[in-house]
Design a protein around this ligand. Structure first.
Ligand code: ATP
Ligand code: MG
Length: 267
């Protein structure tokens, strides 16, 4: 479904700040794969997502979706195929617009960058129905400005907006990290529900190792721009956090404990 081959990206090339964020990284996702991505700060996790989403063009390597090479596509051209949700609940929605205006924007994503304000009754019914699936009571608040919602409600709305157009690939970059534990759990539940019901292929970055093993069907660990572990199937079912950290140490040569890995996610 998603094929990434020999992806390399060096930032600030030739300067004292030169940094190889991605180092000949290859990754193949099968349709419906839900892959959790772990690794310490600066491992290249967000850079991988940025490359896939077209935030930058890689120095080397190829990215394709269902056999179509998209490596050189501008990010807006990819946005119909690829959706993202970030850590910050404020980043995914337009605060001064209402819930329904945000949803209209999401429907138009990938179609045109210009907004067309075409709200009709059918669309409202559709929005209400989709919002009710979140179980947060937002279906009765279509004309509420998004800035009045809580962080968890905004993140749930962002998730809905990200999946409204049935993208081929969903990219989640620590999307529950800024929420309180209870809300994070709720948004995670919704994430699994949405991914399953739409059979979405999903990549999810998390610093929570327990979550990384509990959610999805495959876990990859990154270090210095490369994938150093790729765990699935029975091996993953039997995996513990302790063993995962041991494997990380063996593969990377760096000692890491769970506290450090968890702390890395809270800046
Ligand atoms: N736009 C950029 N310009 C310069 N350097 C960058 C840029 N984006 C990322 N980097 C560098 O590339 C490396 C990988 O960064 P990246 O954000 O991908 O890490 P990460 O695994 O997502 O880390 P974290 O867990 O802290 O979010 C880091 O050293 C970072 O400073
Ligand atoms: Mg990151």
């Amino acid at each position: 479904m998603l094929t990434v081959q020999n992806l390399t990206k060096v930032f600030n090339k030739g300067t004292i700040n030169e940094k190889k964020a991605l180092d000949s990284l290859s990754l193949e996702l099968a349709p419906g794969d839900f892959v959790t991505v772990i690794g310490s700060n600066g491992a290249g996790k967000s850079s991988l997502m940025n490359a896939i989403a077209g935030v930058f063009i890689p120095d080397n390597g190829e990215i394709s979706i269902d056999g179509t090479p998209i490596t050189k596509w501008a990010s807006y051209k990819r946005s119909g195929l690829i959706s993202r949700v970030f850590q910050d609940p404020l980043s995914g929605t337009a605060a001064s617009m209402t819930i329904e205006e945000n949803l209209v924007m999401a429907l138009r994503r990938g179609e045109s960058r210009r907004l067309r304000w075409a709200l009709n009754v059918n669309k409202r019914d559709y929005f209400r129905n989709e919002l009710s699936k979140l179980g947060l009571g937002l279906e009765g608040r279509l004309t509420t400005k998004v800035k009045l919602l809580s962080g968890g409600q905004r993140q749930a709305l962002t998730l809905l907006m990200a999946t409204l157009q049935n993208p081929k690939l969903l990219l989640l970059d620590e999307h529950t990290a800024a929420l309180d534990p209870k809300t994070a759990e709720k948004v995670m539940e919704l994430t699994c529900k949405v991914a399953q019901s739409s059979k979405l292929t999903t990549l999810m970055i998390t610093h929570n190792l327990e979550q990384a093993l509990a959610v999805g069907n495959r876990t990859i660990m990154m270090h210095e721009g490369r994938i150093i572990l790729d765990i699935r199937g029975v091996e993953r079912q039997n995996m513990t956090i302790g063993r995962l950290l041991d494997m990380f140490e063996k593969a990377s040569g760096v000692h890491m404990n769970n506290d450090r890995m968890m702390l890395a996610g809270t800046r």
